[in-house]
Design a protein around this ligand. Structure first.
Ligand code: NAD
Ligand code: TYD
Length: 350
């Protein structure tokens, strides 16, 4: 199988490519623009494989995307390229519309053109797989779970742009009969996570002796999934999912933000003890504007139909993640020094 992964230099895309190279015999082309979030260091473990290649490309560039399709001749495309951080979508929403909405539409347009020229036997295996988020469903109260049938109710520029891209994908599936697959996943965590997101930011700020910022009261709830479990789910959906269908992916691990931060501190207290607990660095700061209260996924369809379930318990995955950051400062130090030092993003009010 020849697979195009868009956004393969990002957090989840790189985990997916590492998974594909290590666990399948696929040949993978990583199509990535290398924004601030894209980092070819994420692929160091596999980048000498003859089955891996990288092309720097913006998904909005129609000429270049068409050329990549016609020269590489993919059997499937797994689309992860996106602007992905809610706080940045508050500071600069139009980049989210450009990449997530227009970029996805351009990719669909180019993929359809390519798909229509394929012989029947190649058409039968081709899939356009779109990777999306649970945030499109909006925000839950104390009760309930997001199902595949939950109406869309996005509330941030990020989730609105992802919702819009999901609608585009379904429209191309319905109108043009492009064989599309969709999945909506909960919050991921794990190695190579860019340190603007909660868990890596907390680990690195803790080690630097900086404040550990908790928005609002810290009672917002997320459902955490280890990134390698997500990568495995994506490949399972790609090969065995039914075209036109959507699958929710979740970790069955709901935690408040305060619980997550306290767990990080506890693990650090154990692994790199100092006079005072890292939890003394916890600082409550002004809330994120429009902060979604709770996300929780019902992933029973994926279990029932494709026999997938998360394998990594949150406590084990978090410990492995903290250890990974302790052992891999070669990866994060240049990012913190040159790219993003951990300053507050998305306060709004500009
Ligand atoms: P990320 O920000 O770490 O990586 C995004 C990648 O996309 C980067 O390598 C970046 O260079 C690339 N990219 C951005 N704009 C591009 C463009 N115009 N053209 C080509 N490449 C471009 O994101 P991530 O956390 O790995 O998320 C990947 C996908 O999974 C996204 O679509 C996101 O919405 C979705 N998702 C993420 C989570 C999560 O918890 N991180 C959860 C559910 C779904
Ligand atoms: P984040 O990792 O940005 O993911 P998302 O907004 O997509 O869920 O944030 C996870 C949760 O942590 C979210 O409720 C916002 C909160 N948060 C903080 O409390 N402090 C921080 O510094 C960050 C980045 C996030």
């Amino acid at each position: 199988m020849k697979v195009i992964v868009t956004g393969g230099a990002g957090f989840i895309g790189s985990a997916l490519i590492r998974y594909l190279i290590k666990n399948t015999d696929c040949t993978v082309l990583n199509l990535d623009k290398l924004t601030y979030a894209g980092n070819t260091d994420n692929l160091k473990e596999i980048d000498d494989s003859p089955r891996y290649q990288f092309v720097q490309c913006d998904i909005c560039d129609e000429v270049k995307v068409r050329e990549i399709f016609s020269t590489f001749e993919p059997d499937t495309i797994m689309h992860l390229a996106a602007e992905s951080h809610v706080d940045r979508s508050i500071d600069a929403p139009l980049e989210f519309v450009r990449t997530n909405v227009l970029g996805t539409a351009n990719l669909l347009h180019c993929a359809l053109n390519y798909y229509q020229q394929l012989p029947e036997e190649k058409k039968a295996i081709f899939r356009f797989q779109h990777i999306s988020t649970d945030e499109v469903y909006g925000s839950l109260g104390k009760e309930g779970f997001f199902k595949e049938t939950t109406p869309y109710d996005p509330k941030s520029p990020y989730s609105a742009s992802k919702a819009s891209s999901d609608h585009m994908v379904r429209a191309w599936g319905h109108t043009f009969k492009l064989p599309v697959l969709l999945s909506n996943c909960s919050n991921n965590y794990g190695p190579y996570h860019f340190p603007e997101k909660l868990i890596p930011l907390i680990i690195l700020n803790a080690l630097d002796g900086k404040p550990l910022p908790i928005y609002g009261k810290g009672d917002n709830v997320r459902d955490w999934l280890f990134v390698e479990d997500h990568a495995r789910a994506l490949w399972q959906i790609n090969r065995n999912g039914k075209p036109g269908e959507t699958y929710n992916i979740g970790g069955n691990s709901e935690r408040t933000n305060l619980e997550v931060v306290e767990s990080c501190c506890k693990i650090l207290d154990e692994l790199v003890p100092k006079a005072e607990s890292y939890s003394k660095q916890i600082t409550f700061v002004a809330d994120r504007p429009g902060h979604d209260q709770r996300y929780a996924i019902d992933a029973s369809k994926l279990k029932r139909e494709l026999n997938w379930e998360p394998l990594t318990r949150f406590e084990d995955g978090l410990r492995a993640t903290v250890k990974w950051y302790l052992d891999n400062d070669w990866w994060w130090r240049p990012i913190r020094e040159k790219n993003y030092a951990g300053e507050r993003l998305g306060k709004g009010g500009k």
